[in-house]
Design a protein around this ligand. Structure first.
Ligand SMILES: Cc1cc2nc3c(=O)[nH]c(=O)nc-3n(C[C@H](O)[C@H](O)[C@H](O)COP(=O)(O)O)c2cc1C
Length: 157
């Protein structure tokens, strides 16, 4: 029977299984950062757009305030350890590309890394942003898309 409860219990039941993504951003001091995301979505067909919601305390938030580009990466199953690392450590402390021995090629838009093991990567330019409580929603227009049909998408259970 359904009961009234707190948000934590209700959301705990409702949010899994979930697709996760990684967002690549450019660090203000040079180099690149990775963040693991559950809060993202497609928001427009034409032009194609994705929104990502980034906490104000994240280093990725600083990065996006400086450089208005991100690559949205849909990870393959083998990238679960990378998602765990990118989701539990900050680019302020470590270089996640080095730590995760991430293999990549260069993108075409802003030359951000395109992860070779990914299922799909979308190179986005931020066209608008909106504050949402303690997060900022960055809406990016997709300029280039990459796909790896042999890879299987990672889903968090
Ligand atoms: C599965 C998973 C999903 C997450 N989803 C989000 C999210 O949607 N938005 C967000 O700001 N942080 C999210 N996080 C937390 C960040 O990934 C985490 O705080 C990360 O260490 C921030 O890195 P940064 O400081 O280098 O930007 C998630 C973490 C995990 C493990």
């Amino acid at each position: 029977m359904i009961k009234r409860t707190d948000l934590t219990e209700a959301y705990g039941l409702a949010h899994l299984p979930a697709k996760v993504a990684l967002a690549v951003t450019e660090k203000p001091s040079g180099g690149y950062n990775l963040i693991t995301l559950e809060w993202f979505m497609r928001t427009s067909i034409q032009p194609p757009m994705f929104a990502i919601s980034i906490g104000h305390t994240r280093f990725s938030h600083d990065c996006l305030q400086q450089s208005r580009f991100f690559n949205l990466v849909f990870p393959s199953v083998g990238m679960k350890p990378l998602c765990a690392m990118a989701g539990s450590s900050s680019g302020r402390e470590i270089d996640k590309f080095e730590q995760g021995k991430v293999e990549f090629t260069w993108g075409k838009l802003h030359k951000l890394p395109v992860l070779k093991e990914a299922v799909a990567v979308f190179e986005c330019e931020v066209v608008t942003q909106v504050r949402s409580g303690d997060h900022t929603i960055y809406v990016g227009e997709v300029r280039y898309s990459w796909a790896n049909p042999e890879q299987k998408l990672l889903v968090y259970q």
